[in-house]
Design a protein around this ligand. Structure first.
Ligand SMILES: [Zn+2]
Length: 431
């Protein structure tokens, strides 16, 4: 409870009363989330957790760890195995996530074919030989993809120590919760419980910066379980806001950044391709808000924005797709801060002449994404911030760092230039 209260800690008694009202409201909603009656039902088949042991060959496969995805396994030859990977439901976006352990009583090379139900091979295999702490690409000489069958076949050296194979380096709920705890050690960061997933896991937020002033940047990530590169970008971006640099220190004097790093913990733990446990794509639930995970984010952001004098400036939602791209409003859609998106992306492009900043601008009031919601409700730039599945990890770090610096620079200019104007004025296009 301490951490929940701290997110909204303040100084004056009047403010504290408001805050306790807010706290109570959040707690009230949080309580609702736990109830199956309002929190939705599990509507997807739950992946059976087990180990497949092939006694003749001494080979065994397992999906008995969080984030694993392996639905069936058969032996198809002396040293050949076929793994079936199923989505949690369909039709579904082709985010064909897989993750499993494999070991053998004796050292041998085996061929493992990944076959997908209602999907196609998408993620280049990664390998870890230390239980998921460190990851490498499986060398391209060790796997091939069949474009006709949409399958992939991996040549794996296996032995008594299990190796872990997955579609991306696994940054799952354990790793993200560890990161959240580590971040919350900093004096200027508070962790708060803001809701529960459909299966009752906590949904945590970080507040970066002091409780005042009430200028907000909202960040969410991992609505879609396999989107690890979006998580990497979010981590680098957020860590840059917490740096001990003159710019970050000044930014934190003027802005609170509210981060929900793990929107879909159940989906991540179950190795889902896309959905939460109700089989709902959370980034299609920002109008109906039928799911507890999206309601937690909505209620937090709306409650914070409703505080007297509060002013949201930006909503970023981190994802992964084929290549790096920003989905934004079009320049014809006015925002507060004015022209922020064009200025921000232009500044990133200027600092990265060897990199193409790609943007697609659009807005429709009947869209059902966080991006449409943020713009409709707050009139702020609301951006789906996408990294490619295969974007070089050092490039993700570099781009996220520059993007964080340019965001801080532009937003600081907003509050410093315009403090004298009317800081609490509502944006004209806020709806
Ligand atoms: Zn996504």
């Amino acid at each position: 409870m301490r951490i929940t209260a701290n997110l909204i800690v303040s100084t004056s008694l009047a403010q504290q009363l408001q805050i306790w009202t807010l706290f109570a409201t959040l707690f009230f909603f949080t309580g609702l989330f736990v109830s199956p009656a309002t929190g939705g039902e599990v509507r997807v088949p739950i992946q059976e957790r087990r180990t497949w042991s092939f006694d003749d060959s001494g080979v065994r496969f397992s999906n008995e760890f969080p984030g694993a995805r392996l639905n069936e396994c058969t032996r198809t030859g002396p040293a050949a195995y076929r793994i079936l990977i199923q989505p949690e439901n369909h039709p579904i976006n082709n985010s064909a996530w897989y993750a499993f352990d494999v070991a053998s009583d004796r050292e041998q090379t085996i061929a493992v074919t990944l076959a997908y139900e209602n999907g196609r091979h998408r993620y280049r295999p990664k390998i870890s030989d230390d239980g998921g702490l460190t990851w490498n690409d499986l060398p391209s000489s060790a796997w091939s993809q069949d474009r006709e069958t949409n399958e992939a076949t991996l040549q794996l050296q296996v032995g008594p120590e299990p190796i872990r194979i997955a579609g991306q380096e696994m940054i799952g709920s354990r790793e993200l919760r560890g990161w959240i705890e580590e971040m919350a050690q900093k004096a200027f960061i508070q962790k708060a419980l803001v809701g529960h997933s459909l299966q009752g896991q906590t949904i945590d937020a970080l507040r970066i910066g002091p409780a005042e002033p009430l200028n907000y940047v909202f960040i969410i990530a991992r609505q879609h379980p396999p989107e690890v590169t979006g998580t990497l970008g979010m981590i680098h971006f957020v860590e840059h806001l917490t740096a001990n640099s003159p710019q970050a220190n000044e930014f934190r004097e003027h802005f609170q950044t509210i981060v929900i790093p793990l929107m879909n913990p159940d989906g991540v733990d179950h190795g889902h391709w896309r959905s939460n446990m109700a089989g709902v794509d959370l980034n299609r639930d920002w109008v109906g808000f039928a799911q507890p995970e999206t309601r937690a984010a909505r209620d937090l952001f709306k409650q914070l924005a409703a505080r007297p004098g509060a002013r949201p400036f930006l909503l970023l939602d981190f994802h992964s797709t084929r290549g790096d791209i920003f989905y934004t409003q079009g320049d014809e859609h006015p925002t507060f801060p004015e022209n922020f998106t064009a200025n921000w992306l232009g500044a990133i492009q200027e600092r990265m002449p060897d990199y193409e900043v790609r943007r697609r601008g659009s807005h429709s009031s009947n869209h059902v994404t966080s991006k449409a919601w943020g713009y409709e409700v707050f009139g702020i730039p609301s951006i789906t911030y996408e990294y490619g599945d295969n974007t070089d990890r050092d490039l993700i770090r570099r781009q996220a760092t520059i993007a964080a610096e340019e965001m801080m620079r532009l937003l600081l200019a907003e509050v410093k230039d315009k403090t004298a104007a009317s800081p609490a004025a509502q944006p004209q296009n806020a709806r």
